[in-house]
Design a protein around this ligand. Sequence first.
Ligand SMILES: Nc1ncnc2c1ncn2[C@@H]1O[C@H](COP(=O)(O)OP(=O)(O)OP(=O)(O)O)[C@@H](O)[C@H]1O
Ligand SMILES: [Mg+2]
Length: 248
Amino acid sequence: MLILSCYSNKGGVGKTATAVNLAHALALAGQRTLLCDLDPQGASGFCFRVKPSKKLTEARFFEDVQRFTKAIRGSDYENLDILPANMTFRDFDVFLARMRNTRSRLKKALKAVKGDYDVVLLDCPPNISTLSENVFRASDAIVVPVIPTTLSQRTFEQLEAFFRDHDLPLSKLHGFFSMVQGVKSLHGDTITEMSKAHKKRILKTQIPFSSDIERMGVHRAPVTATAPRSAAAQAYSALHRELVARLG
Ligand SMILES: Nc1ncnc2c1ncn2[C@@H]1O[C@H](COP(=O)(O)OP(=O)(O)OP(=O)(O)O)[C@@H](O)[C@H]1O
Ligand SMILES: [Mg+2]
């Protein structure tokens, strides 16, 4: 079972949009996929029209295998299940702080579904916390959306520095440019600079700024399902193909 995460320490960069479309693309390709929303905002579940279990508290998430698996919901799409987030997930860090092996609890919790899925995709909240360290350790690959601007570039470099300082494998990081606007020279300049400086860690696929993606919140479905011929859907499909080629 492969564990992928959509993660950035920066907010509003397209983690959820990517998680939702990548999960759908994986499922379409026949991979048994679980999209696990770790963000108390619950946006991934919202996009698939699923309601969270109120009984899956932050403690039960990590300690109660039955409650964890019972909270998994089906979706409208074959091969795709969702574990929606609820507000108690905001206490993950408080809970983890009290645990032994505080940085490997997520990896252990996900063993509950080993055998049921080919891929677990984690939609992560925007911070760099104990939960994030759990994500870094549990994930085989971490997909990082980067809006090509100075502050996003800085955030990506902070993440690389964190990996170096904590002896985490930099090879897990797969950045890609998100919400790209060709008319903006800053976007073009940042893409050129970052592609050179972080060659191995930046994917070729770029996700354009697109109103189809913005409207996902209205349709409550992945753009790869509602507008499969759109530039946005094609870009997410390309991102899926590039990741599959990289990860094997
Ligand atoms: N490529 C895109 N083009 C246009 N709008 C986008 C694109 N990707 C995401 N958005 C919009 O930008 C906003 C933030 O996107 P999203 O929720 O995916 O980011 P996020 O990184 O998950 O945010 P958070 O840090 O709050 O979890 C949303 O309103 C979403 O619809
Ligand atoms: Mg999000």
